[in-house]
Design a protein around this ligand. Sequence first.
Ligand SMILES: [Zn+2]
Ligand SMILES: [Zn+2]
Length: 180
Amino acid sequence: MRFRILLLVIAALSVRADIRDCGCDASKPETLDARNCSLCREALKQPADKDVFFLKDNNPTKPDRWLALPREHYSSTSPLAAMTPAERAGFWDAAIAKARDLWGDEWAIAMNGDLSRTQCHPHVHIGKLLPGNESDSGIFVASPEQIPVPPDGAGLWFHPQGSRLHVHEGAQINETVLMR
Ligand SMILES: [Zn+2]
Ligand SMILES: [Zn+2]
């Protein structure tokens, strides 16, 4: 019984640990002290002429990971849908260039869904694709501007296949396809 209560508490905490109640407001600096606003603080340090910036993942258990982030906040939920098509294409172009620099053709880029992000500022993960994740599901696109916006706050991951990109969308947790 006590174990069951503990499980309920853990479930409640993990439901709370998403980004649907973000309070990060750059015009009210005190709101940015919240733990889930730490990437917003990084975004505010970036020069205004930079639309996309990169951070090494600060989790010591993920030493080979990088993050790509838009400087602008857009929206904590469904941020890709809040970008214009041109902004989204620019964001993906920059993230892919960084991924290629790091991993040649072995890269993948993964974005977790709204229920599986704990940071309010939009961000995607860049890493080396782990073997065993490929499947026939997903769609092929010819260029970054054709990468779909996943519906309902879902995430996506994609990787190069020949001259095309193979996009797997719909899952909430996607960064696990990447080497830590
Ligand atoms: Zn932000
Ligand atoms: Zn694939």
